[in-house]
Design a protein around this ligand. Structure first.
Ligand code: 5GP
Length: 122
């Protein structure tokens, strides 16, 4: 993936949030992941779930990261419960790479809810 214009994943804003270098309202946290609100929400509920370990995106995960991958999904569901949208439903999105619309080169799952979401995405 051409990443000349992107900083290494350890230097992104999400890496700094994961290292607790930036004041952040934490919605959920365990030993592998941390969740917080998206700064530019696209729905009434829009949270991000990131690994504490720096990983560029879904495509950079390996079999060694099975537990981490599961933690991101389970963390997404827990965030939905905590924010009161588990009953009405959510969409979890992982943008990966340029065609996927990824703008921050650090793995993150979007948790969207609180309104009906259309399909397909643009
Ligand atoms: P992507 O397009 O890479 O899938 O999503 C990146 C997301 O990160 C966007 O929804 C954007 O609003 C969010 N974002 C970018 N910078 C920050 C930030 O500094 N803090 C928070 N909380 N979210 C951010």
């Amino acid at each position: 993936m051409p990443d000349q214009n992107n900083p290494p994943d350890g230097d992104t804003i999400f890496a700094r949030i994961a290292r607790k270098e930036v004041p952040t309202e934490v919605l959920y946290e365990d030993d592998l992941v941390i969740a917080f609100r998206d700064v530019n929400p696209q729905a009434p509920v829009h949270a991000l779930v990131i690994p504490k370990k720096p990983v560029r995106n879904l495509l950079a995960l390996t079999v060694e990261d099975r537990e981490l991958a599961g933690a991101i999904l389970l963390g997404s569901a827990e965030v939905a419960r905590r924010l009161g949208v588990a009953e009405t439903g959510i969409r979890v999105v992982l943008n990966a790479g340029s065609d996927g619309g990824q703008t921050v080169p650090y793995l993150h799952a979007h948790v969207l809810g609180g309104r009906p979401l259309t399909w397909p995405p643009g």
